[in-house]
Design a protein around this ligand. Structure first.
Ligand SMILES: Cc1cc2nc3c(=O)[nH]c(=O)nc-3n(C[C@H](O)[C@H](O)[C@H](O)COP(=O)(O)O)c2cc1C
Length: 346
């Protein structure tokens, strides 16, 4: 089997970064021990927490990557639109005793997720691979991380984004298809992400770039991995298939929902965070999808406490149940079994 020169692993498989809990050091260890590459999720973490996680990941011998959210450059949503959305979701918030007026007042004017401190950390304490999502990093940051010895990957969803990432000096691309679980990496959160096959997105990007590609999105088993490799990817990253793994930090409410026959499909929505993301189609999504403003991270902050309480209370109807289209194949058990199962079928 061809090894991935980009990621440095024998298997053409990666554990995708999953911020908000699912990615843990145990998941990194389990998947890399099984021969895959693995990403830490730097998004949402404080710079200090990420620094500690990176320090501990270095103790584990295998190569790994760190993923960061690129801060939004689009203007914040109109305050009136955000307030209208807060009123809309008021009953859902009240169900968990959340005061949405207070939540609205507490939405920060700006939030760059600790960007500068995280870039500094990765320059001081370089990791084998740094990947970005949500937009293009600055040329200077790409150059600085490469100079520090990291391979720099940029997540793209279209051939246009791929061309721009190549211009920036990226070493490779993560091509994320519309069927991926969680947030879309689209650089334009106002666009409709669609439903197309990841293999089509990979083929379209590969036709126009010299850069090596890691594909992600909608993988439900080894045949899907093989299709993406045939489409031109050098490696394939899986997220959803690992959400129920023993070592993942996925909340119990989310874990159980993934196996609950009550949920029969996924959809892309901005209802939870203001940025398109694929989730199990639950009540909150159905009620509010059509009304959510484009506005990440403002909507994320507005709904955060409500979602935290929903997760703690076992309320799957109001939680962001991130899931790719392959969620029915996400099995409980050791993460190594997921990696080995995919590898055995190639
Ligand atoms: C719970 C969850 C959290 C995610 N968090 C991130 C993240 O922090 N950064 C990122 O680049 N992608 C994130 N993603 C997307 C994954 O990296 C990857 O693109 C996706 O999981 C691949 O599709 P699949 O879920 O169908 O395997 C997340 C996905 C999920 C399901």
């Amino acid at each position: 089997m061809a090894s991935t020169t980009l990621l440095g692993t024998d298997l053409p498989l990666a554990a995708a970064p999953m911020a908000g809990g699912p990615t843990t050091l145990d998941l990194l260890a389990a998947t890399t021990d099984a021969g895959a590459f693995a990403f830490l999720a730097g998004g949402y973490q404080t710079p200090d927490a990420l620094a500690e996680q990176v320090r501990r990941a270095h103790d584990h011998a295998r190569p790994f990557g760190v993923n960061l959210f690129v801060p939004a450059t689009a203007p914040a949503p109109d305050p009136a639109a955000l307030a209208a959305y807060a009123r809309r979701i008021g009953d859902d918030a009240a169900a968990h005793g959340v005061d949405l007026d207070a939540a609205l007042a507490a939405v920060p004017a700006t939030d760059d997720d600790g960007w500068a401190a995280k870039i500094d950390l990765l320059r001081r304490d370089p990791v084998p691979v740094v990947s970005f999502t949500f937009g293009p990093p600055a040329v200077a940051d790409v150059g600085a991380l490469r100079a520090a010895g990291s391979v720099v990957l940029v997540t793209v969803t279209t051939p246009q984004e791929a061309a721009a990432a190549e211009e920036l000096g990226a070493d490779g691309l993560v091509v994320q298809g519309p069927r991926a679980g969680g947030h879309s990496g689209t650089w334009d959160p106002g666009r409709s992400v669609g439903d197309g096959a990841t293999a089509d997105a990979v083929a379209a990007v590969v036709a126009g770039t010299r850069l090596p590609v890691v594909a992600a999105g909608g993988v439900d088993g080894a045949p899907a991995v093989a299709r993406l490799l045939r489409a031109g990817a050098q490696a394939v990253a899986v997220g959803t298939l690992l959400l129920r793994a023993d070592e993942a930090g996925t909340s119990a409410t989310h874990r159980d929902a993934l196996a609950d026959p009550r949920f029969t499909t996924t959809a892309v929505t901005r209802a939870f965070t203001g940025r398109p993301a694929r989730a199990l189609r639950n009540g909150f999504l159905v009620r509010h999808d059509a009304h959510a403003p484009v506005g990440y991270p403002q909507v994320h902050h507005l709904t955060r406490e409500l979602r935290r309480r929903a997760a703690a209370a076992g309320d799957a109807d109001r939680l962001h149940l991130w899931a790719g289209t392959g969620y029915r194949s996400a099995a409980a058990g050791p993460a190594a079994d997921v990696v080995r199962g995919l590898a055995a079928g190639l």
